[in-house]
Design a protein around this ligand. Structure first.
Ligand code: GLV
Ligand code: MN
Ligand code: MN
Length: 420
């Protein structure tokens, strides 16, 4: 299955140089390797990505949704396109590998194909999707969501903590928000054949089991919670403890309830509170208002639904004990999505034929693949993350592991190219 790619060996130095150069374009005012969506460092980095795509031999354009798309034309004029890609934005104080490995690894595959005169049947599209990381609007995967037709006016009307609309953030980045809504399906006239994405695992399983790569079974669903606790502001020195309606104490109980749900998941489930804003925030005032942001993730939809019901009841019950009103707004970032069994089979067979140990793993992180799966069968290839760390400056994957992932990725793309 991997015959063509037996001849094609990724150039490790070139991959290392690309990773280093891209990581140097980051926000100097922030810790880590920050390059958040819509920021100036992100704008600059995408110019760099565009140039690297062109150097690799791709014809590059940016679509209406701000995705950078590099095309390697295939031999068959009638065939749908084979797509790969990932993202180059980071979370605040993020790392150098999450997303970058998929974009730069795909470019290395393209260079190998071009240098060895291997031309796929299908057009090969390498996409740097706009803004994959969840942002101040509580929404991840902006570019792939738009491409798949799942970005809506309601999303564009969402406001961040400063009251700025998502649509206006697009406009200040030079993208017309009404065009963004029209980006769906504009990746070429003949539809998509398959999608496969190379990514770091962002968890500990592959390292623990000594596996070279992970073959993703499913991507977790994400339910987000915005809770507003309304108590009563009072003098912190005079109001007796038993007479208070302290919004922050009610929120603290909610934080523990969220954690408890995550700890109780039978298969795969996690729950995180990531933000609490208390008002008025004075040292001598009992907090009267708290806004809280949390999320739950799982590949087990039944658990996710049941946990949402339990958590809603528990937070309301505890808040009532503290005399605090609570408003809970749940939203879905993405549904849980299984990878295509066909693509899974191709990736695992390629790994077997290359003699690379692999593990089947679920993804607790979300990915652009979850949205592209609306358009064609999708799969993902993971490479190990040291200590399972990610979304932090210490995120790390050894170059050897990245190169192994690129070998599997390249061979998988060629195998998918041949698949009917
Ligand atoms: C992105 O990495 C996410 O899982 O939210
Ligand atoms: Mn990512
Ligand atoms: Mn991420």
């Amino acid at each position: 299955m991997a015959t063509d790619l037996d001849r094609l060996e990724p150039n490790a130095q070139r991959v290392q140089d690309d990773l280093t150069e891209l990581s140097q374009i980051h926000d100097p005012a922030s810790s880590g390797w920050t390059r958040t969506v819509f920021s100036e460092p992100y704008r600059a980095s995408r110019e760099w990505v565009r140039a690297r795509m062109a150097d690799a031999g791709l014809t590059v354009h940016a679509d209406h949704a701000g995705n950078l798309i590099g095309v390697l034309p295939g031999r068959s004029a009638a065939a749908p396109a084979l797509m790969t890609g990932s993202h180059t934005d980071t979370v605040a104080s993020g790392g150098r590998f999450d997303g970058m490995v998929g974009v730069l690894g795909s470019l290395e595959v393209v260079r190998q194909l071009v240098e060895n005169d291997v031309r796929p049947d299908h057009d090969l599209l390498v996409v740097d999707f706009l803004g994959e990381e969840s942002n101040d609007f509580g929404l991840s995967c902006l570019g792939s969501r738009a491409l798949a037709g799942a970005l809506t006016q309601e999303h564009l009307d969402r406001r961040d903590h400063h009251g700025v609309r998502l649509g206006d953030r697009y406009a200040s980045f030079g993208l017309d928000p009404s065009d963004v809504l029209r980006a769906a399906g504009r990746f070429g006239p003949r539809g998509l054949h398959r999608y496969v994405e190379l990514h770091i695992e962002q968890g500990p399983v592959l390292e623990e089991r000594g596996a070279g790569i992970g073959v993703v079974t499913a991507i977790a669903g994400i339910r987000r919670l915005l809770a507003t606790f309304t108590g009563r502001p009072d003098h912190a020195g005079t109001m007796p403890m038993g007479d208070r309606r302290d919004a922050l104490v009610a929120a603290a109980d909610a934080v523990l309830a969220v954690r408890q749900e995550g700890c109780g998941a039978p298969v795969h489930g996690v729950a995180t509170t990531s933000r609490l804003d208390a008002e008025p925030g004075s040292p001598n005032v009992v907090p009267g208002l708290v806004r809280m942001q949390a999320e739950m993730r799982s590949v087990d939809v039944d658990w996710l639904s049941a946990a949402q019901v339990r958590l809603t009841e528990e937070i309301a019950r505890k808040a009532a004990e503290h005399g605090v009103d609570v408003d809970l707004t749940w939203s879905l970032d993405n549904d849980c999505l299984p990878a295509s069994p066909d693509v899974h089979e191709v990736v695992s067979s390629v790994a077997d034929s290359l003699g690379i140990a692999w593990e089947a793993v679920p993804s607790g992180a979300t990915h652009d693949a979850v949205h592209i799966a609306r358009l064609c069968p999708m799969g993902m290839i993971f490479v190990p993350s040291r200590g399972g760390r990610s979304h932090c400056p210490d995120e790390w994957t050894d170059l050897d592991d990245i190169v192994t992932g690129i070998r599997v990725h390249g061979a998988t793309l060629l195998a998918l190219d041949r698949a009917r």
